[in-house]
Design a protein around this ligand. Structure first.
Ligand code: ADE
Ligand code: ZN
Length: 322
């Protein structure tokens, strides 16, 4: 077995962002939803920049209207991940798109998704856990409601709380209430930081939200003192190199700071973020790292161990994956 075929663990994957274009198109036809502007002439997701990406992402979610739609999406996404050798995945689930932050609706959506995940685990061996995620540009009030949904459903399957969306709006600290609420419910925490905002956003995430991991965090490389802090604290970064290239943060994989962060001693994991949007998957990410940075089986194992240690699942699940 070559090292590319080794089992993989993924900690940063958005459920709606992992929906294949064909899946969204099919649901759109079934429900007569107008998806103009979502796809290009080749049928792929079409976006110009990060702000437009978020708009297209949200437009595509308009076809996802019932717990059954979400169950179908979970089945599809886990099947694709398993094809890539993924044995454990933490997926961002957004009550803002499904269940609309209403607790009773959210419970229905969650039950359908959990059921689909259990079936995928039985069939394919892939283990999934959920991270309930608020959307930063929807504002702190909506994040509170999302955090309450997360807190009420915290347990073996919902293991974390996070925040995605437009990092250039507001400050991380504006969302402290939501993150405190989730922490008190026993959830582990992550937030997107240092993707489209600089090192200050990462410092805010650590100081004001006291997160366990950082989504992206790649722009820590711009501030050596922050890199040292991440190393000293053992903070794990959920790096998504292919996503950063597709959204124009770096021109190519050789210019991406992934290897400089690793060499500096930062704990890093490799993830796909929104694979069909960025024309990537876990196998392609590692193949690109091998080509651009000479990564080999040892690097691959190091990243897998970091992901296993940083996973938000309980220790029994972790032990079973080891
Ligand atoms: N939601 C989905 N993908 C995202 C990304 N890369 N950054 C912020 N929010 C997102
Ligand atoms: Zn993300």
């Amino acid at each position: 077995m070559s090292w590319q075929d080794f089992p993989k663990l993924e900690l940063h994957l958005h459920l709606e962002g992992a929906a294949p274009p064909d899946f969204i198109r099919r649901l759109g036809q079934e429900k007569s939803v107008n998806l103009s502007g979502v796809f290009d002439e080749r049928g792929q997701y079409a976006f110009r920049d990060f702000a437009h990406f978020l708009q297209v992402y949200e437009a595509a979610t308009a076809v996802l209207r019932s717990p059954d739609d979400y169950a179908r999406l979970i089945s599809e996404v886990l099947a694709r991940a398993a094809e890539n050798g993924v044995i454990y995945t933490e997926i961002f689930l957004s009550p803002d798109f499904c269940g609309a932050r209403d607790l009773s609706a959210w419970r229905d959506y969650m039950a359908a998704m959990q059921d689909a995940a259990a079936r995928a685990e039985a069939r394919l061996g892939i283990v999934m856990r959920g991270i309930v995620t608020c959307i930063r540009h929807f504002g702190p009030e909506k994040a509170r409601e999302t955090a309450l949904c997360a807190a009420e459903t915290a347990g073996d399957w919902i293991v974390g709380f996070g925040m995605g969306g437009d990092e250039t709006r507001g400050r991380q600290g504006d969302f402290a209430w939501a993150f405190d609420c989730a922490r008190e419910a026993g959830l582990r925490l992550t937030t997107h930081a240092g993707e489209f905002a600089g090192p200050a956003s990462i410092r805010e995430a650590l100081d004001d939200l006291r997160v366990d991991r950082i989504g992206h965090g790649v722009r820590a490389i711009e501030e050596p003192a922050l890199v040292s802090r991440l190393v000293a604290q053992g903070t794990v970064l959920e790096l998504c190199p292919g996503s950063n290239l597709a959204l124009g943060l770096y021109p190519d994989m050789r210019a991406h700071p992934v290897e400089r962060l690793r060499a500096a001693g930062v704990k890093i994991t490799i993830n796909t973020d929104d694979p069909p949007f960025f024309h990537t998957d876990m196998s392609r990410e590692f193949a690109a790292l091998e080509r651009a940075h000479g990564w080999d089986g040892e690097r691959f194992m190091q990243v897998a161990h970091t992901a296993l240690d940083a996973a938000f699942c309980d220790d029994a699940t972790r032990a079973a994956l080891a």
